[in-house]
Design a protein around this ligand. Structure first.
Ligand SMILES: NC(=O)c1ccc[n+]([C@@H]2O[C@H](COP(=O)([O-])OP(=O)(O)OC[C@H]3O[C@@H](n4cnc5c(N)ncnc54)[C@H](OP(=O)(O)O)[C@@H]3O)[C@@H](O)[C@H]2O)c1
Length: 240
């Protein structure tokens, strides 16, 4: 039987990269789609009939998260892998001396931090039922308190630090039952995270498909530092 995976924010960028690498490695993938009009995920699903099930998903909406989990639970008894990838970056705030847009920051926290937790909660039962089970939460170097040098991006950075914390709580709870957990900085990637202005990301060293492959290769390796689950895309520990 094929292994199963659930990827959020799978329409394009890193999420789509994950869908592709997982299918290439024999997984059946449930691909959370937030952008019904975007073409790339549909094309991938058409190329791999039966291997990719597109599931409408807004991680900021509890009903949508529950509906997506119900679709998955109807189709499979267990999930081997959950990749919480969906994320946003938009915040008009700059430094503490500038105007702060708290509504933007609340949205960032809701989508990035709570969205990740909502989705994990919605399928934790399916994950725990799998023999081999892995939770990958896509974090960011922006959420590393230990290495941060920037003086702005309060909303994004704090939402990603919160992902690291929830990942460790879930690891503490379940690693003795075999659930592996990783919070991963995927690297700086050439994606549309900042919108369609791809120029802004043109210096980025990674294409999302390559980052997904690197992460897929590294997350199943043993942790390089005992219990330290925040890692770079090649598995190196990243300071919390
Ligand atoms: N690109 C980088 O250099 C970089 C670096 C570090 C970490 N990351 C992280 O990597 C992850 C993937 O980002 P990416 O670079 O591949 O950007 P991306 O192309 O914008 O992918 C993120 C996907 O999530 C979707 N999404 C937004 N809000 C959602 C919601 N409420 N529910 C479900 N899906 C939603 C986005 O849709 P919309 O486009 O409509 O918003 C988009 O399809 C994010 O968590 C990001 O924070 C990226």
């Amino acid at each position: 039987m094929k292994k199963t995976a659930y990827v959020t924010g799978a329409d394009r960028g890193l999420g789509l990269g994950f869908v592709k690498v997982l299918v290439e490695n024999g997984y059946k993938v449930y691909a959370g789609s937030f952008m019904p009009d975007w073409h790339e995920l549909k094309e991938a699903a058409a190329e791999h009939p039966g291997d990719i099930t597109i599931v409408p998903l807004n991680v900021g909406n509890q009903q949508s998260v529950d509906d997506a989990a119900a679709v998955i639970a109807k189709d499979t008894d267990s999930l081997n892998l959950l990749v919480n990838n969906a994320g946003i970056v938009a915040d008009r705030s700059n430094t503490i001396l500038d105007e702060m847009f708290f509504d933007d920051m609340l949205k960032l926290y809701d989508i990035n931090a709570l969205g990740t937790l909502r989705v994990t909660k919605s399928v934790i039962g399916l994950l725990l039922k799998a023999e081999e089970k892995m939770l990958v939460n896509i974090s960011s170097a922006a959420g590393s308190v230990g290495t941060v040098t920037r003086t702005n991006q309060y909303g994004y950075t704090m939402s990603k630090a919160a992902i690291n914390m929830q990942s460790k709580l879930i690891y503490n709870h379940f690693h003795e039952q075999g659930l592996q957990v990783r919070a991963v900085h995927p690297g700086w990637m050439h994606t549309r995270l900042f919108g369609d202005d791809l120029e802004r990301m043109k210096e980025a060293p990674f294409e999302p498909d390559d980052a997904a492959k690197r992460i897929f290769q590294s997350v199943f390796e043993p942790l390089q530092a005992d219990g330290h689950i925040f890692i770079e895309n090649d598995g190196k520990p990243m300071p919390y």
